[in-house]
Design a protein around this ligand. Structure first.
Ligand code: FES
Length: 617
C-alpha cells in the first residue's frame, strides 16, 4: 500500500518533492510524478487506465507494467504475484514501485484507453430552458462632480433595482472612465451581479453538469443561453488508486484520518479540474465564463468532493453527514469556475442511494403518467428504484465490482478492446469488443454475455459450476492449475472465464435481482406489470436485454420494455443545470422515496439465496 501519510507536492501543489519524468510506451507520452508516488497513482492521474482491483494492496496482480530499461528491484508483492519469466522480462506491479527519473515503461495496450460514455441522450427539452443566470447591458452616465455617488450606486440606480455586486463586478467598475458615459455588459443571477465587462459583450454564459462515479468522472459543458452541450469529457476517477469501491475509499479515510480525507478530496478535485480544462479547451472557451455547476454522485463521492468525512456511511447506523441539496462556491472546494459562480450538489435519498439516482429518476421521469417503472443502476453497488401506484421505493444492494470488470481474472473496464459480448454458435465462439479492437480482456457486459452463452451451451450448470463442453468446445475447458476455466480467446492475449468469475457474477446478479424482487414484493407488483425497466450506467449502455433476462439479472418481462439509458446521473444534472426550477423537483423526489433497508429484510435474504442459482435457458 503506498504511503500517504502526508499530502505531497506532486498532487497537492507546492512542497519539496521534485517531479520526475518518465516515458510511457507504446504511445511515447512523457509524464511527470513525484518520487513519493507509485507509477499506478501517477498513471491514473494522467488519464491512463491501470486495472487496480485491490486498490494498491499488492494482492490482485492486475496493475502490471513493463520496464523497458532499468527495471527496479522486484518488491515482495512482485515476487509473489508475477512469474519468473515476467520478472526477468521487466514486468512489475505499478502500485508497488515508486516513480524514478528517466524510466521507460510499457503498459499493456488494453489499459492505455479512456472510459467511454454515450452523451447522445443528454438533450434539452427547449421549453424547459431556464438556467437562472442571464446577461444584461447597462449604460452608466459620467460621475457628477459634487455628488458622493459611488460607481456601485450608479450601477444600481441605472438598473433601477437593488442588487448585490460580486467582487469581480466591483473590480470592473474601477475601470469606469471619468468623463463619459460607458456601456457595460454583465451576467446576473437574480439580484446578484456576478460579472461586469466594459462594452456590450458579456462573454459566454456557460455551465457544467458533473457526474462523480466511483469508477468514472464525467463533465459536460453547456451554453446556458442556447441550451446546447458544447463539449464533454470522461475519465477514470483517480481515487481508484486506493480501491475499486466506496468501502475502500471510506476505509482509507478512516485509516489516514484528516490527511486521508484531504488526499481523496484533492485527487477528485484535480481529476475534475483536468476534465474542466479539457472541455473548455475543446470548446475554445474560458473557464471564467462558467457560472453554474450542477453535481450528481453517490453520497460518499459527494462527501469526499466537499471535503467532509464519509466514515459514518460504512457502518451501522450508516449515517451520512448530508443528503439534502446544497449550494457551495466552487472556489471553496477548489473547483475551477468563475469566482462568483455557484455549484449545486443534488440531493440523495440515503447513505447508499444518492444524488446520482435522484438525477436518474428525473432524467427518466420515473413513474410519470402513472406508469409502473423500475430504474436499475448497476455498478459496484446496485441501486434500484420502483415507481408503482404513485409510490416510490428504493434499495441498495452490494453487487460487488464484477459488473465493472474488476475482481474478474481477465476482467477490465468498459474501454476499447474489452469484450462486450460473446456468442457461441455450434463450435464457434465470437467475441465482439468495444471499438472493434483485438480482445484484451472482458468487461461487465462481456461477462454477462459469456455466462449466458455458456449456460445455453450446457458448460455452466444451474449451480454455476463450470463443466466440460462437448465436441470442439471441450478443448476450451481446462482445470489446469487449481481452477477450472473456459478459454474464450486463444493466442498472445488469451481471455478466459474462470470458476471464481462465475461465482462473482452469481453473487452480483443474486444481490441485484433479490433487491428488485424484494421491492416488487413489498408493493405487490408482479414483474409482468412493469411498463418499463431502465438500466442505467456504463453497464447498461452495452447490455443486451436477452442476456439480462436469460441469466436472471432481471425478472422475466418483455424484452422491448427494457431500456438502456446510459449515464442518467449526468443527464439529470444537465436537466437541473438548464432549468434551475428542477432543483425543487429533485428535492421533492428525494423526499418522496421510501428507502427499504435490505440488510434487515428476511425477504431479501431468502430471495438472495434463491437467486444464486441459474434457471434453465
Ligand atoms: S496488485 Fe497493484 S492494484 Fe492490485
Amino acid at each position: 500500500m503506498p504511503d500517504h501519510s502526508s499530502v505531497d507536492a506532486g498532487f497537492a501543489g507546492g512542497g519539496v518533492n521534485a517531479e520526475l519524468q518518465f516515458t510511457i510506451k507504446p504511445s511515447g507520452r512523457t509524464v511527470t510524478g513525484s518520487p513519493s508516488r507509485t507509477y499506478a497513482e501517477v498513471l491514473i492521474r494522467h488519464a491512463t487506465s491501470v486495472p487496480m482491483d485491490c486498490g494498491s494492496m499488492g494482492t490482485c496482480g492486475k496493475c502490471k507494467i513493463r520496464f523497458l530499461s532499468q527495471a527496479p528491484e522486484p518488491s515482495s508483492a512482485d515476487v509473489r504475484l508475477l512469474t519468473a519469466e515476467d520478472l526477468s522480462a521487466g514486468w512489475r506491479l505499478a502500485c508497488q514501485q515508486h516513480v524514478e527519473a528517466h524510466a521507460v515503461i510499457e503498459i499493456p495496450e488494453s489499459t492505455d484507453h479512456l472510459p467511454t460514455e454515450s452523451t447522445a441522450a443528454i438533450s434539452l427539452r427547449a421549453e424547459s430552458l431556464h438556467p437562472g443566470v442571464e446577461p444584461f447591458e447597462v449604460v452608466l452616465q459620467p460621475p457628477v462632480r459634487g455628488t458622493s455617488e459611488s460607481s456601485e450606486q450608479a450601477l444600481l440606480s441605472a438598473l433601477g433595482e437593488h442588487c448585490l455586486c460580486s467582487l469581480e463586478t466591483m473590480r470592473s467598475l474601477s475601470e469606469r472612465p471619468r468623463g463619459q458615459s460607458v456601456t457595460f455588459a454583465g451576467v446576473r443571477r437574480g439580484d446578484r451581479i456576478l460579472d461586469l465587462r466594459p462594452g456590450n459583450d458579456p462573454g459566454e454564459v456557460l455551465g457544467l453538469a458533473i457526474d462523480i462515479g466511483t469508477t468514472t468522472l464525467a463533465v459536460h459543458l453547456f451554453d446556458l443561453l442556447q441550451g446546447k452541450m458544447r463539449a464533454s469529457e470522461v475519465d477514470f476517477n483517480p481515487q481508484r488508486a486506493v480501491g475499486a469501491d466506496i468501502i475502500s475509499r471510506i476505509g482509507y479515510v478512516r485509516e489516514h484520518a484528516q490527511v486521508g480525507l484531504q488526499y481523496l478530496q484533492q485527487t477528485i478535485v484535480d481529476g475534475l479540474n483536468a476534465l474542466i480544462y479539457r472541455v473548455c479547451e475543446s470548446a475554445h472557451v474560458s473557464i471564467g465564463d462558467i457560472y453554474r455547476t450542477v453535481i450528481a454522485g453517490n453520497p460518499t463521492m459527494l462527501h469526499l468532493l466537499a471535503g467532509i468525512s464519509p466514515v459514518g456511511i460504512d457502518h451501522s447506523p450508516y449515517t451520512a453527514v448530508f443528503l439534502n441539496s446544497m449550494t457551495v462556491a466552487p472556489k471553496d472546494i477548489g473547483l475551477q469556475a468563475h469566482p462568483a459562480a455557484e455549484a449545486l450538489f443534488l440531493p440523495g435519498i440515503s447513505s447508499y442511494v444518492g444524488a446520482d439516482i435522484v438525477a436518474g429518476m428525473l432524467a427518466t421521469s420515473l413513474g410519470g403518467g402513472g406508469r409502473t417503472e423500475l430504474l436499475v443502476d448497476v455498478g459496484t453497488n446496485g441501486e434500484v428504484v420502483l415507481a408503482a401506484d404513485g409510490r416510490l421505493m428504493a434499495c441498495s444492494t452490494a453487487a460487488g465490482p464484477a459488473f465493472e470488470g474488476a475482481t474478474i481474472r481477465d476482467g477490465m473496464g468498459a474501454v476499447a478492446g474489452a469484450i462486450e459480448d460473446v456468442v457461441i454458435d455450434g463450435d464457434l465462439i465470437q467475441c465482439s469488443t468495444i471499438g472493434g479492437l483485438p480482445p484484451k480482456g472482458i468487461c461487465g457486459t462481456g461477462l454477462i454475455g459469456a455466462v449466458h452463452e455458456l449456460l445455453k451451451a450446457g458448460i455452466i450448470d444451474s449451480t454455476g459450476r463450470l463443466i466440460r463442453g462437448r465436441g470442439a468446445l471441450s478443448k476450451r475447458s481446462s482445470s489446469e492449475g487449481k481452477e477450472s476455466h473456459f478459454v474464450l480467446v486463444d493466442g498472445a492475449f488469451p481471455v478466459s472465464i474462470y470458476q471464481q468469475d462465475i461465482r462473482a457474477f452469481q453473487l452480483g446478479k443474486a444481490a441485484i435481482r433479490a433487491g428488485i424482487d424484494t421491492l416488487l414484493h413489498s408493493v405487490g407488483v408482479a414483474p409482468q406489470e412493469l411498463d418499463r425497466v431502465y438500466v442505467a450506467g456504463a453497464f447498461g449502455t452495452h447490455l443486451q436485454p436477452a442476456r439480462a433476462l436469460g441469466t436472471g439479472l432481471l425478472p422475466m418481462i418483455r424484452q422491448e420494455r427494457i431500456h438502456a439509458v446510459g449515464n442518467t446521473s449526468a443527464q439529470g444534472a444537465a436537466f437541473v443545470l438548464l432549468d434551475e426550477r428542477l432543483r425543487a423537483d429533485t428535492d421533492a423526489l428525494a423526499q418522496r422515496v421510501k428507502f427499504i433497508d435490505l440488510g434487515s429484510s428476511s425477504e431479501f435474504a431468502h430471495r438472495y439465496i434463491d437467486q444464486m442459482a441459474f434457471a434453465k435457458i
